[in-house]
Design a protein around this ligand. Structure first.
Ligand SMILES: Nc1ncnc2c1ncn2[C@@H]1O[C@H](COP(=O)(O)OP(=O)(O)OP(=O)(O)O)[C@@H](O)[C@H]1O
Ligand SMILES: [Mg+2]
Length: 505
């Protein structure tokens, strides 16, 4: 196709950060009316490339053209004014302001007297939400909404600029299944109007479903651009990691032994919560937790960890009654919880990698002076075992790519050497190569006799590494399926789990 037909062309884009060449001859060519997926491992340079387009970073070299005309946007405002909108990987919302104020930040409509025109803001927000079928009150304080609702507001905001190019950086990482479908409908409407969408995601099935073209990056460089229909998941992975990945899961050598944690009738205090959940976690076991969005899997983990108050039931660990009335108590009892919203709840942005690695385990480094050598060693362990891509231990965590930030948070908890490890969607936002590594870590912990509980919405990973899977349905335990008996190459395994997940809905 001739150059003129591209809506956007980014050629030979260069960007250097201290100690990191983030972009090295990066390239992206977007056709109008199409969805263009941008893929690559954590730290490959996807977000940086988009920030160079959007005027957040100044590129060191290369050219950007829109409709064949050279452009350089000096700020996001400039980009927006010229028809480019972006939904960021990290939500940047003013939590204590209303939804509509967040929609109109920096462009408040004013009355003749120069006052903010709240009525206009309300009506316009309402009109956009109605058009996009988004069910959110424009006057609600944004901090009170769920992360997925907040994400939908961001998407609506980007759409409200009527941009010709829309960049979505991991927009579905916290959306429910229905919301993902909803977003795809919105995207289809936009592309039908000729909008070009750049879509960043680690979810292969979504990519292959929604995109027309796929560009793959590795280490800041362009690797390939292909029509999506000519690609398979395996081929994308090969291009991303530059090696064949025949096995998506490491060999499983853990042997579940004695009962480690005995959970009887656990119920949360405040609705919505889990009800009367009874099961046992064994030493050396990886216990999956499956269920639909809203099945209260997260509530179960949070209640066990003492993050949510327990309303009833009993938990014993190795025969000893455990209260976990506070999260500190849980930590002292050998529990660790890795939450689903790591970026929202777990990161100290101004802190270094070292600080972020040791913060959950700070008592282990001695008082009054912290033992620097041990901190260094442990931080290096986090960097090595989680394959964190960073120029140094002193780097501020917020300058790492989104996926690498998550790896530091996971590593932080592994450092506390927990007996009972509670993981909520541990591989969300993590690239395929690193997923393998996280599975390996989980299985290693199990081999050492630890008990691991893992909530996941990805059925293949539950089937790939778990010994048993609890299936939650509407706050209740609908059933427990076992490897070798109910899954592990047995036909119909997914259907069994899905049927249980729908049991009490
Ligand atoms: N502001 C910054 N200062 C220093 N280094 C940065 C900054 N932003 C990004 N980097 C580095 O540039 C590289 C590319 O990061 P980028 O965020 O573009 O990756 P990504 O492909 O979006 O990854 P992910 O899938 O994890 O979101 C990384 O090594 C990252 O640490
Ligand atoms: Mg990114």
């Amino acid at each position: 196709m001739s150059e003129q037909q591209y809506l956007l062309e980014m050629m030979d884009i260069e960007k250097q950060f201290p100690g990191v060449k983030a972009l090295d001859h990066a390239k992206l060519q977007l056709r109008p009316g199409t969805v263009h997926a941008l893929m690559g491992e954590n730290g490959a340079g996807k977000s940086t490339l988009m920030k160079c387009l959007f005027g957040i970073y100044t590129r060191d070299g290369g050219t950007i053209t829109m409709d064949g005309k050279p452009v350089t946007f000096t700020s996001p405002r400039d980009a927006l004014d010229n028809g480019v909108a972006m939904v960021h990987q990290e939500l940047n919302q003013v939590l204590r302001r209303s939804v509509m104020e967040n929609m109109y930040l920096g462009r408040f409509p004013t009355t003749k007297l120069g006052m903010v025109d709240s009525r206009k803001m309300f009506n316009e927000t309402k009109a956009i939400f109605t058009a996009l079928e988004i069910d959110v009150d424009p006057r609600a304080i944004i901090g009170t909404l769920s992360v997925s609702k907040r994400q939908m507001v961001e998407i609506a905001k980007a759409v409200s600029y009527n941009a010709r190019i829309l960049v979505l950086d991991e927009p579905t990482s916290s959306l429910t299944e229905d919301e993902v479908e909803h977003l795809f409908r919105i995207m289809n409407r936009l592309t039908a109007d000729g909008v070009g969408i750049i879509y960043i995601s680690h979810k292969m099935d979504e990519i292959l479903r929604i995109s027309d073209d796929v560009t793959i990056m590795r280490d800041g460089q362009w690797v390939a651009t292909r029509p999506a229909k000519e690609l398979t998941t395996d081929e994308i992975i090969r291009l991303m990691v530059n090696r064949e990945m025949t096995n998506r899961f490491p060999p499983k050598n853990n042997k579940p032994g004695n009962v480690l944690m005995d959970v009887k009738g656990v119920t949360g205090m405040y609705e919505p919560t889990c009800h009367d959940v009874t099961f046992q976690l064994h030493e050396g076991e990886v216990l999956g937790v499956a269920g639909l969005v809203g099945s209260r899997r997260t509530e179960l983990l949070n209640t066990l960890f003492g993050y949510f108050t327990k309303g009833g039931g009993e938990v014993t660990v190795r025969g000893k009654k455990i209260d976990n009335a506070t999260t500190d108590e849980a930590r002292n009892n050998g529990f660790a919880l890795i939450t689903e919203e790591r970026r929202a709840t777990g990161i100290f942005g101004e802190g270094s990698i070292t600080f972020n690695s040791i913060i959950s385990n700070v008592n282990a480094y001695g008082k009054p002076l912290l033992n620097g050598r041990k901190m260094d060693k442990d931080t290096q362990w986090v960097i090595d075992s989680m394959r964190v891509k960073t120029p140094s231990k002193r780097t501020h965590i917020k300058s790492l790519s989104g996926g690498n930030q998550q790896k530091v948070i996971i590593g932080r908890w592994l450092l506390t050497n927990p007996d009972v490890l509670l993981l909520d969607e541990p591989t969300r936002g993590i690239d395929v190569g690193s997923k393998y590594e996280i599975y390996e870590l989980i299985l290693n912990l199990a081999e050492q006799g630890k008990g691991v509980m893992m909530v996941s919405s990805e059925m293949p990973e539950l089937l790939g590494i778990c010994d048993r899977i609890l299936v939650m349905s509407n706050g209740q335990l609908a059933g427990i399926v076992e490897r070798g008996k109910d899954f592990g190459g047995i036909p119909g395994e997914q259907e069994t789990i899905m049927a249980l997940a729908a049991k009490y809905v």
